[in-house]
Design a protein around this ligand. Structure first.
Ligand SMILES: [Zn+2]
Length: 353
């Protein structure tokens, strides 16, 4: 059903029909009311992820109501508390954890919320953050570290929790190990560099672009290597590791790189995959996998304790959100288009009026 919204009430950025960026439009959402244990937040800044483009396109198996509002990341002020909620004070500055779990299944009871059998992501399975008012469970609302603006705070939650769980928990990256991040410039890649560095690793970013490599070096915290047809990924990483192989490889590119990443792993090396922005099907050489006793693991989002760990690092300033660009709400479609811009370096943020 098409929604004809009156001028001035187009309070969300999203879509009515799945498709490309041309489907992105302003939509009219009714005012959400916080239920028991929920909090309503007035959003000041939201940020986008590649996930938003996949949600816009339509993810097989994910059925959502429309109009749908995009955005998994948000920061703002507490606007209203639902019955029985009292933790955050009304008017206080908060950021949202976009991971939604039921709190009752076996995984949740073990503190492994991202393995929840009913795990969902704000903005993918539910209405997102690119709107004025968002209702979430009380446990998804956290005070914004003082040093961060709303824009910076909105840039942190999804990418830092993803990088933290993948590198600290799943890959068990420890001080002194080597870590390669495949792909430069995306929000999760810029977050992974900082997390790997924070965990004490020697970090390299492998990219196809000379310009991105220069940006990585300017940003600091990591070396940068350029790969391509003349210099295959496995060869540049092998050289960088002084022919020992890389201990942990963080790959969110997928199809063109995972098989090659495996060829560059050290003995007992770990590849951790958090996404597949360039395609989901890969071919790997199992002989390399068993002979080096390497492992290939997947990781997505993070649990509540991991999210708190990230917040503590943000508070200390040991992790710092990298903001590529800030767009006003009215230019929401341009903000989403920026995600596919080869010049992207960091997170794309939307400010709300
Ligand atoms: Zn659960």
């Amino acid at each position: 059903m098409a929604v004809r919204a009156r001028r001035g009430r187009l309070n969300g950025l999203g879509f009515l029909e799945h498709g490309g960026l041309d489907r992105v439009q302003f939509v009219d959402l009714p005012e959400p009311v916080p239920g028991p244990g929920e909090v309503r937040v007035r959003i000041k800044a939201a940020s986008f992820n590649h996930l938003d483009l996949f949600t816009l396109e339509g993810i097989p198996g994910v059925d959502i109501s429309r109009p749908h509002v995009l955005g998994s990341d948000g920061a703002g002020v507490v606007d209203r508390l639902g019955p029985g909620s009292d933790a955050p004070t009304e008017g206080s500055r908060v950021l949202l954890n976009p991971g939604l779990w039921d709190g009752s299944c076996e995984a949740c009871r073990k503190g492994e919320e991202s393995l929840c059998r009913n795990y969902r992501i704000l903005g993918e399975h539910t209405q997102g953050t690119a709107t004025d008012l968002v209702v979430v469970p009380e446990r998804n609302v956290h005070p914004i570290p003082e040093r961060l603006t709303f824009e910076q705070a909105s840039a942190a939650p999804l990418v830092f929790q993803t990088a933290w769980r993948a590198l600290a928990t799943v890959a068990r990256l420890v001080p002194g190990e080597s870590c390669a991040i495949i792909g430069a410039g995306g929000g999760v890649s810029t977050a992974a560099v900082q997390v790997a560095r924070r965990l004490g690793a020697r970090v390299v970013v492998a990219t196809r672009s000379e310009e991105k490599a220069a940006q990585v070096r300017r940003q600091g915290g990591a070396e940068a290597l350029v790969f391509g047809p003349e210099a295959p990924l496995e060869r540049v990483l092998w050289g960088w590791s002084e022919k020992k192989g890389v201990d942990v490889i963080f790959d969110s590119v997928g199809q063109p790189t995972v098989g090659r990443s495996l060829l560059a792993t050290a003995r007992s090396g770990r590849i951790v995959v958090v996404g597949a922005t360039a395609g989901p099907k890969v071919e790997i050489d199992l002989r390399t996998l068993f002979w080096r006793q390497a492992s290939l693991r997947g990781s997505t989002m993070a649990g509540a304790a991991e999210f708190r760990a990230v917040l503590a690092e943000l508070d200390r300033g040991t992790l710092r959100p990298v903001v590529d660009s800030i767009f006003p709400f009215q230019q929401g479609r341009d903000a989403l288009a920026r995600l596919a811009d080869p010049r992207l370096f960091g997170k794309v943020v939307l400010t709300l009026p």
